[in-house]
Design a protein around this ligand. Structure first.
Ligand code: FE2
Length: 194
């Protein structure tokens, strides 16, 4: 069977979170899903990055953004929100905004902008398009993440293998997504530690 964004998302949703439930997962015979970054050391929290000039408040509750830019290359971005002991944070706000396939942000409306709340196991995902480069920046998504009642983490996520990563002053290796190519686009994974 061909690997698609949907099959990888289904696998992501089916797999338990490894550090939290490794014992339980082994008992169930289900392969555990490792976090993209260790959350059990002293510097676990996801690195912050500036929001930049294109953030707009009040983006809609929407995880399916692909229709906003139907000519773009599809990508599903998924992950957990966890605390610094790897515990999932259900109900966390996860908001994304990013450039379209031509490197433009929608400053009039809310194309390629949306938020959601992590599910009962701290999971979130967006179906969207791969943002193009725009002058002065390497390829990136903008995110805001807020655990219930907590402070807002503002950051940016980056793509592996981008030549301009090395020249971007906001780039950080710890903010690289794990990306798989699939039969119908890409599947990216990143876990926020807040
Ligand atoms: Fe940006």
């Amino acid at each position: 069977m061909e690997t698609t964004r949907r099959t990888l998302l289904a696998a992501f949703i089916a797999a338990p979170l490894a550090p939290l439930s490794g014992v339980a997962a082994a008992a169930q015979g289900t392969p555990a899903l490792p976090l993209t970054r260790a959350c059990d050391d002293d510097n676990a929290a996801t690195v912050e990055r500036e929001p930049g000039p294109f953030f707009k408040p009040n983006a809609p509750l929407n995880r399916d953004l692909f229709a906003d830019s139907p000519r773009g290359e599809r990508i599903t971005v998924a992950g957990f929100v966890v605390d610094d002991r790897c515990g999932p944070l259900p109900g966390s706000l996860v908001e994304v905004w990013h450039a379209d396939e031509n490197g433009h942000y929608d400053e009039q409306g809310f194309r390629l902008r949306g938020h959601q709340f992590a599910d009962e196991r701290g999971r979130w995902w967006f179906n969207t398009v791969v943002p193009a480069l725009y002058p002065g920046r390497t390829r990136h998504f903008h995110f805001k993440v807020q655990r219930p009642g907590g402070r807002v983490l503002t950051t940016q996520l980056f793509f592996p293998g981008e030549p301009r990563n090395a020249h971007d002053r906001l780039f950080d290796h710890s903010l690289l997504m794990n990306i798989s190519d699939t039969g119908d686009g890409r599947f990216a994974r990143f876990d926020f530690v807040v």
